[in-house]
Design a protein around this ligand. Structure first.
Ligand SMILES: *[C@@H]1O[C@H](CO)[C@@H](O)[C@H](O)[C@H]1NC(C)=O
Ligand SMILES: *[C@@H]1O[C@H](CO)[C@@H](O)[C@H](O)[C@H]1NC(C)=O
Ligand SMILES: *[C@@H]1O[C@H](CO)[C@@H](O)[C@H](O)[C@H]1NC(C)=O
Ligand SMILES: *[C@@H]1O[C@H](CO)[C@@H](O)[C@H](O)[C@H]1NC(C)=O
Length: 576
């Protein structure tokens, strides 16, 4: 009958349209179902939520955790005809990882070609890599790159002399893997106006040859002399870098990153702000954000950060969150500029660099803190960490107690007793588990080389002491200094066995699996004030999670796998 077949055709058309449309667009015009979009079943879910540490099923609706628990309790009233059930056959599920310290756009740029020098192991390879990059560049164009580590070839620093013959017509800038030092060729120095009579800027060093000529190496604030003259990397390249960086992080199971920006002591603060508007906000406006970010801005711009938060709140959307402000107190171990009480091995005069005046730091910290901004300060050496803990005491004295979640970034080497001071004001140690790029050289060896075995053994990466001292522990990679790899970090924090070692390095500082997992999930979320939306698989939070190859908790805890099987953001597959 015609009437009937017309009805049938209409029904088929509706059914087909509903079926063919991706779940998202269906949600936008259909009345929201009370049923779950998806139920994970037969999973071994570690929730990172102390109220319910483990579960075997989870219902997700509109990107959030709707209910979590046993399958029977989860399905009741939530399992509808269109609910997609994912049978995980026992596979372990964890909350999506949070990387607490990345230089995200810079990381993406390093992944994007340039001159990749990470892992280079000899002077000859270094030179030929650069030579290759110079070959196809028109004369005058800058050659930029980074990631080199002189420890891989016996310690000699590269100098302008290595580069001048192969690149007479192109200025070169190649930063060390830790970002605290770099080498320029003579043309770059000429353009930057660096010569024999140029004085070291405050907080930086122009390294010199025995006859007083600049060698090409610039440390900390001295790098700005070159940064000032490098043409800005095209905005398009930075946008592309964000996409690459996001994909890289998602591959490793990271669903939220804390981006501390590209700001270094004394460098232009504008770059971080440009990245905020031209890269992050732009990417968001074209709906291309695929990872959650929490952004920290250079501390000197605290007033601007405060205005921004007053205007927009702390979250611009589910993707972009405004963290707070970041400052630096010292340099890095690799560049011998982290600030210690005692001098570096074999350098009687060098205890490292204090890169900011303490009165200025206190003033900016007090002002930012009064406006309610969260504060993160970089401190690596034992003296820098003590100075910062002292400063925090003053801030609490003057501004009073509040939920400020003060962050010490790195907290890498601590003097005796320092770990016990973290608990007093609920301070976060935002630490890196490994500074070994490519895991070729281990941190144990390089720390011992820089500060001596005894000092390295009593002060380095004291994670267990920090927890015992009441610190919040948040793990981050410091990418691109070290690769983004939470599972590797968790394995290393538990074993503390550098590659090739039979015995753990400082065994007393090993962490349990639970503490290691929390440092990459709920504690990391707490440390950036995002624990109300991410960090654990709890009802109401975003359904950000990873699926692992391990098919039971026993299997997982005995041998933490190296790679995730899948990463979900807001309940949607984001990797593979
Ligand atoms: C969970 O696994 C069991 C057997 O292993 C199976 O009978 C059950 O259907 C699975 N549940 C779902 C929702 O797939
Ligand atoms: C779930 O997976 C298990 C193990 O692979 C299998 O035995 C079971 O039949 C699956 N259940 C369903 C409903 O697919
Ligand atoms: C040498 O450096 C000084 C100070 O940085 C600068 O004023 C001068 O112009 C430089 N000279 C040349 C020849 O570049
Ligand atoms: C910080 O310095 C400014 C300018 O010197 C001053 O006006 C302000 O009172 C100082 N703030 C604090 C909290 O010391």
């Amino acid at each position: 009958m015609p009437a009937q077949s017309a009805l049938l055709a209409a029904a088929i058309a509706i059914a087909t349209a509903t079926f063919l449309l991706p779940p998202d667009s269906r949600l936008s015009w259909m009345p929201r179902s009370r049923f779950a979009d998806m139920i994970l079943a037969n999973a071994t879910i570690y929730t990172a939520d102390p109220a319910r540490p483990f579960a075997d099923a989870m219902a997700v609706r509109a990107g959030r955790v709707l209910r979590i628990g046993t399958y029977d309790s989860v399905k009741v009233g939530l399992k509808g005809r269109h609910t997609y059930e994912l049978n995980l056959s026992g596979n372990v599920v964890l909350p999506g990882f949070i990387d607490s310290h990345v230089h995200f756009i810079e990381g993406g740029l390093q992944v994007l070609a340039r001159v990749p020098l990470r892992g280079i192991r000899s002077k000859d390879d270094f030179i030929s890599k650069v030579q290759g990059a110079v070959r196809d560049k028109p004369s005058g164009q800058w050659i930029l790159g980074g990631g080199w580590n002189n420890d891989f070839w016996g310690g000699d620093f590269p100098t302008a002399a290595w580069l001048d013959d192969i690149s007479p017509d192109n200025p070169i800038w190649l930063s060390r893997m830790d970002g605290h030092m770099g080498v320029a060729n003579s043309l770059a120095m000429k353009i930057a106006g660096i010569n024999k009579s140029t004085n070291d800027p405050v907080g930086g060093t122009i390294m010199r040859t025995p006859d007083g000529e600049p060698s090409g190496l610039l440390v900390d604030t001295a790098m700005n002399l070159v940064f000032d003259v490098i043409q800005e990397v095209a905005i398009q390249e930075r946008r592309e870098a964000l996409v690459r960086a996001s994909k890289h992080a998602l591959n490793r199971g990271v669903t939220t990153v804390v981006d501390v920006g590209s700001y270094f002591p004394g460098s232009p603060t504008e770059k971080t702000w440009q990245d905020f508007s031209d890269v992050y906000k732009w990417t968001h406006s074209v709906e291309k954000m695929i990872i959650r970010v929490c952004l920290f801005f250079p501390m000197p711009t605290w007033a601007r950060v405060s205005d921004l938060i007053t205007e927009n709140g702390r979250s611009l959307s589910q993707w972009i969150h405004l963290g707070g402000v970041k400052a630096f107190l010292d340099g890095s171990l690799g560049s011998s500029s982290a600030l210690f009480y005692e001098p570096y091995e074999g350098e009687t005069d060098n205890c490292g660099l204090q890169v900011i005046d303490m009165d200025n730091l206190l003033n900016a910290t007090l002002e930012s803190d009064k406006l309610g901004l969260q504060i993160a300060v970089h401190a690596i050496g034992d003296k820098a960490n003590d100075m910062l803990l002292d400063l925090l005491d003053k801030v609490v004295d003057l501004n009073g107690m509040r939920d400020r979640r003060f962050r010490i970034e790195h907290a890498q080497h601590l003097a005796p007793g320092a770990a016990n001071r973290f608990g007093k004001h609920d301070t976060t140690a935002s630490v890196q588990v490994s500074y070994s790029p490519d895991h070729l050289l281990d941190d144990a060896n390089s720390a011992a080389k820089k500060i001596g075995t005894e000092r390295a053994e009593r002060s380095s990466y004291t994670f267990q002491s920090l927890l015992a001292g009441g610190a919040r522990l948040a793990f981050g990679s410091d990418w691109p200094v070290s690769d983004i790899n939470p599972l590797q970090a968790i394995r290393t924090a538990m074993s503390r066995k550098p590659p090739g070692w039979e015995v753990p390095w400082i065994p007393a500082e090993r962490l349990s699996l639970d503490d290691s997992l929390k440092a990459h999930t709920i504690s990391a979320a707490y440390a950036c004030f995002l624990d109300h939306i991410v960090g654990s698989l709890s009802e109401g939070k975003y359904a950000d999670f990873v699926v692992l190859p391990s098919t039971s908790w026993d299997e997982f805890s005995n041998d933490v796998p190296e790679q995730v099987l899948a990463t979900y953001v807001s309940g949607k597959l984001a990797y593979p």
